[in-house]
Design a protein around this ligand. Structure first.
Ligand SMILES: NC(=O)c1ccc[n+]([C@@H]2O[C@H](COP(=O)([O-])OP(=O)(O)OC[C@H]3O[C@@H](n4cnc5c(N)ncnc54)[C@H](O)[C@@H]3O)[C@@H](O)[C@H]2O)c1
Length: 338
């Protein structure tokens, strides 16, 4: 006797704007009940978080389960049945074009799942309509990300972390202060990658080093952002790398300029350290005599780019106190109120 086995193919869809633990609960619960689970990650142009980014997050989140496949759908479809008389025919076409095989079950926590069942003849399984297990919605997260931090997956948190960048001329105590601030606010910090590179790899600094520095910085920044507790302190950033490249070499690699155009690159706050501490020549610093000039240049550049910045001055103790106050005044209210 042969046994006929019918594979159960499940799917769900959503905007995942952004993905949160409620979505993950729905998808994993669905995946538990079927042989293969497809997730249609639908984005349209006008949405506030780019579709490619959400797709990237979703793929990372479910990378551990080979039975869950995330598919990016970019059809500019009507969003509600009321938007178009052929709503369900349009969506049926989207499902046919994007799902690699015919599904038997649709999972959602929406009552429209039953309309889909009626219109397209695919069984609907409703999961947690009241959202009791994970009481959150994507709208809540968009409106108040920090209030709902616990429901934001680690893959998505970097998008919301507030970056605070310390900058200034050489020998102004940047790295020490960056670390102290991270300790005070119980979060992560990122040392200046360029300095490590400069010290380890290059006897004489050259233009080609800029791309290495920027690439290394970006990679480490991504790692630090995913571990950060709402705030990340950085000893310099990519925008400053561009500024220094333009100052020293009169040019900057195109890809760095392009990355810096992304809104995510902009830090929430810059702490600009004044060169009023004695200069220490440790062998890697060659521009000690022009520290005041460098300070004014960075200041001009931050203003030109309309970056929010606070000047930090005085001895080490005063610098720490001023920096803490700046973060408490400029950043913490945003975190507490959203
Ligand atoms: N409204 C309709 O009748 C209809 C029909 C077909 C397609 N669509 C499309 O479907 C997409 C729906 O996007 P969206 O923003 O509603 O979905 P979403 O990205 O917010 O959510 C995706 C799925 O996760 C579920 N979910 C959300 N929070 C949950 C939680 N806390 N616990 C458990 N499950 C949770 C949702 O109910 C949904 O099933 C849109 O592209 C829309 O155009 C809508």
């Amino acid at each position: 006797m042969f046994r006929i086995s019918i594979l159960m193919i499940g799917f769900t869809l959503g905007k995942f704007l952004p993905p949160h633990n409620g979505h993950i609960h729905l998808i994993r619960e669905g995946a538990r009940q079927v042989d293969r689970m497809y997730v249609l990650m639908c984005s349209i142009e006008r949405e506030p978080i780019p579709g490619y980014l959400r797709h990237h997050w979703m793929k990372k989140i479910f990378a551990d389960d080979p039975n869950i496949q995330v598919i990016h759908v970019t059809d500019e479809n009507p969003q509600e049945p009321i938007d178009h008389p052929d709503f369900w025919r349009i969506w049926a076409g989207t499902f046919e074009r994007n799902l690699p095989e015919k599904p038997n079950i649709f999972f959602s926590s929406e009552t429209y799942g039953f309309d889909l069942e009626r219109e397209l003849g695919i069984k609907h399984i409703l999961i947690d309509l009241q959202r009791n297990t994970i009481p959150v919605s994507a709208r809540y997260i968009r409106q108040e990300p920090f209030k709902h931090w616990e429901y934001i997956p680690a893959e998505v948190r970097p998008y919301y972390v507030k970056k605070i960048v310390l900058t200034g001329p050489e020998s102004v105590g940047k790295s020490v202060l960056t670390e102290q601030l991270a300790r005070h606010f119980q979060t992560e910090w990122l040392p200046e990658y360029g300095r490590t590179y400069y010290e380890e790899k290059m006897p004489h600094f050259e233009y080609m080093g800029i791309s290495h520095i920027a690439g290394g910085h970006l990679m480490l920044e991504e790692q630090a952002l995913s571990k950060a507790n709402k705030i990340l302190f950085l000893d310099t950033d990519l925008i400053l790398t561009q500024i220094w490249s333009e100052i020293y070499f009169n040019q900057c690699p195109d890809w760095i300029i392009e990355v810096n155009h992304q809104p995510r690159q902009r830090a929430a706050l810059y702490l600009l350290l004044k060169p009023d501490l004695p200069w220490i020549d440790d062998g890697t610093r060659s521009y000690g005599h022009i520290r005041e000039e460098q300070f004014q240049t960075i200041r001009r550049e931050l203003e030109k780019r309309r970056m929010k910045y606070v000047i930090i001055e005085g001895d080490f103790e005063n610098r720490l106190a001023q920096a803490i106050t700046a973060v408490e005044r400029q950043i913490l209210p945003e975190i507490r109120n959203s």
